[in-house]
Design a protein around this ligand. Structure first.
Ligand SMILES: [Ca+2]
Ligand SMILES: [Ca+2]
Ligand SMILES: [Ca+2]
Ligand SMILES: [Ca+2]
Length: 307
């Protein structure tokens, strides 16, 4: 009886020992998965520690709007960084692109939630580090799918906020139009006009004021895109993006046997303008009817020009 009682006490002490000792050693500073990640600011520095072999520290980033993200660690630990999307699926990873043995990830990202996992490169080693987050917001999307929609006759502020940035704009033309797109300001811009399928129609460097681009084209109705970048791939700068659309309508005019209409054929008329037609019957004929857009408006001359 006595022996069994002592054995029970030892077992109890062992259980307490197992509970207490590891807990005080392995307290982890950041969660081990996306769900338990530590939220950090879009421009921030956080301390982290790989306290135990195999530890991974997760951080959460909520970014808005679209922009350019630079993630890196600093310190003497050989870190390995992994960037995940909002569903915790891996986007990219890096080992040593930063200083020393630190990871560094640079990426254009859409607005949204992201997670960063930081671990030691070696699964059997530990060490402390600092996680640095830098985020530069981008004012306009970098491709046709994320283009900023702009109206005809508008002026929009733009910023090539980092070397290599490109700003996409979308213009929807309601009718046949003469489209003029250009930039204004002191930045040496380069513009490209693209069709609705995001295929290049034209590009220009300096046809606008100073070193601004300017593109003018007669276009059919539909969606068009304009991509604006700095002429120098290593430079940045602000500009104003200007759109001017002049909508045109085509009028087809013809006369049947026994008279004439002037002008005849396809006549291009600017929206808002009016166009006169002279309808003249040949000798011995009279105007039977005038049809506009498939609808009879009567023998027009008889009504408006009584003999
Ligand atoms: Ca940790
Ligand atoms: Ca590393
Ligand atoms: Ca951009
Ligand atoms: Ca230019």
């Amino acid at each position: 009886m006595k022996t069994r009682h002592i054995g029970g006490l030892i077992a109890l002490l062992l259980v307490m020992f197992l509970f207490l000792i590891p807990k005080s050693v392995s307290a982890d500073d950041h969660g081990n998965d996306c769900a338990s990640a530590t939220a950090v600011g879009s421009t921030s520095t956080s301390s982290g520690n790989i306290e135990t072999a195999g530890d991974i520290d997760f951080f959460r980033l909520d970014l808005s709007p679209n922009g350019y993200l630079v993630l890196q660690s600093t310190g003497n630990t050989d870190t390995f960084g992994i960037l995940y999307d909002s569903e915790c699926s891996e986007l990219t990873s890096d080992d040593d692109a930063g200083a020393g043995r630190n990871f560094r990830i640079r990426l254009d990202v859409a607005a949204g939630t992201y997670y960063v996992g930081v671990r030691h490169y070696y699964s059997d080693r530990t060490g402390a580090y600092q996680l640095s987050v830098q985020f530069q917001p981008d004012d306009h999307g970098n491709d046709c799918a994320t283009a900023t929609a702009v109206a005809c006759g508008s002026t929009t502020a733009g910023n090539i906020f980092r070397p290599g940035d490109v700003d996409y704009f979308r213009i929807d033309l309601s009718g046949n139009s003469l489209l003029n797109v250009h930039s204004e300001g002191g930045t040496n811009t380069f513009g490209t006009l693209l069709n609705g399928a995001c295929q290049t129609i034209a590009s220009d460097n300096n046809s606008g004021p100073s070193t601004n681009f300017l593109i003018e084209r007669n276009l059919s109705p539909g969606a068009y895109y304009v991509a604006v970048r700095h002429y120098n791939a290593s430079s940045t700068g602000t500009y104003s993006f200007v759109t001017e659309c002049t909508v045109y309508h085509n009028i087809s005019a013809s006369a049947e046997i026994g008279g004439s209409i002037n002008p005849a054929g396809t006549i291009v008329v600017r929206e808002g303008d009016s166009q006169s037609f002279a309808i003249t019957p040949f000798a011995g004929n009279s105007i039977q009817d005038v049809i506009v857009d498939g609808v009879s408006v009567g023998p027009y001359q008889a009504i408006h020009s009584p003999a």
